[in-house]
Write a protein that binds this ligand. Structure first.
Ligand code: PHE
Length: 356
């Protein structure tokens, strides 16, 4: 018996069964050959989905004579189950394959050498200050630290520089609040602080940052480092100072370096000296680096003025001492041949990395 289905196809039992089997075979083949889970999912929707081809075929069952329907219905159920199983199988196979591929692609090669860690270095100024401290450490000097914001009394008055004294012109001062607090213009106030906190014999080294109101150029900085030295004991003389600084110059710049002392002036030392090392660039014959003198001044020094000892609470009749102060950048310049002070403050890695 032949009838027309809604889709205008000719529907009969044998035809429907063939169609169902064809669909099943197609699904099995597709599930096997799909290249990816997404492709497989698409095929599943086209064949098995609510609006898929199986649904269309099943609709034809309604057009069959009532006595044929149960048989086709049974076949249809089998076909549907077979198709579902084929897609489930295919999906499982594909998922396993895709996982395997991903694991392969994302695999970490644990034998690859690690990226090198960039190691920093000490700043050349810090490195030089450490070297200075190491040399004086061998002579029994101990490192102290004073504050960067000082009071006027410790930075000036107790160092024998009264207010309005012309010697203040030597230090162009940055005040934090006028007239009592300032950024220390030198490390010398550390002398007072050490004397107030320790009893002689004293051998102190005071490294630190100093500040001055300067027009900045290659040889003037508004921020720089000094290392102050202070020794106080009974019977300390200028001869001890000269011997010590000479030893320091040999240790810092090599044995056999010629040195010299010249008279100098500081309000807090009496007598005061300037200490020169033979020019490291020309070896003493005279060149632009040493203004053709053959000498380079590396520090100021002198015997601690009795008034300063008194301010520090030390009896100048019993104790004598000497002090010295050097600019660390200047020493570093001579060590490394750096010609511009500004380089130390710029934090340019191209400069800093040269001190590895
Ligand atoms: N404080 C002096 C300066 O900054 C250097 C100095 C220190 C001189 C100790 C004598 C003694 O110029």
């Amino acid at each position: 018996m032949i009838r027309r289905a809604a889709s205008e196809e000719i529907v009969d039992l044998a035809g429907l069964t063939r169609e169902l089997h064809a669909l099943r075979d197609e699904a099995v083949a597709a599930a096997r050959s799909a290249a990816s889970t997404s492709e497989l999912e698409e095929l599943e929707v086209t064949l098995l989905g609510k609006k898929g081809r199986l649904t269309v075929v099943l609709r034809g069952i309604g057009a069959l004579p009532a006595e044929d329907r149960p048989r086709v219905g049974a076949i249809a159920n089998e076909v549907q189950a077979a198709m579902r199983a084929a897609f489930a199988d295919g999906a499982a196979t594909l998922r396993a394959r895709e996982l395997g591929e991903r694991l392969g692609a994302e695999a970490v090669d644990v034998t690859t050498p690690a990226r090198p860690v960039r190691r920093g270095t000490l700043h050349p100024v810090v490195e030089t200050a450490n070297r200075i401290a190491a040399i004086f450490g061998q002579f029994g000097f101990q490192v102290y630290e004073g504050p960067e914001v000082e009071d006027d009394t410790t930075n000036f008055r107790m160092l024998n520089i009264p207010p309005d004294h012309p010697a203040r012109d030597l230090w162009d001062t940055l005040y934090v609040d006028v007239p009592d607090h300032l950024l220390r213009t030198h490390t010398s106030p550390g002398q007072i602080r050490v004397m107030q906190s320790a009893r002689p014999p004293i051998r102190a080294l005071l490294p630190g940052r100093c500040f001055r109101y300067e027009a900045v150029d290659a040889s003037h900085a508004s921020e720089f480092f000094q290392v102050e030295g202070l020794m106080i004991d009974q019977g300390t003389t200028l001869g001890d100072l000269k011997g010590l600084l000479d030893q320091f110059a040999q240790a810092m710049y090599g044995a056999g370096r010629r040195t010299r002392f010249r008279p100098g002036y500081y309000p807090f030392t009496e007598p005061s000296v300037a200490f020169d090392v033979e020019c490291l660039v020309c070896g003493g014959s005279g060149c632009p680096a040493c203004s053709r003198t053959g000498w380079m001044t590396i520090l100021g020094a002198g015997m601690v003025h009795p008034v300063v000892l008194q301010y520090g609470g030390i009896d100048p009749e019993r104790y004598q001492g000497f002090a010295f102060g050097m600019g660390v950048e200047r020493i570093a310049n001579l060590r490394y041949g750096v010609g511009d002070l500004r380089l130390y403050m710029e934090n340019d890695l191209r400069f800093l990395e040269q001190f590895r």
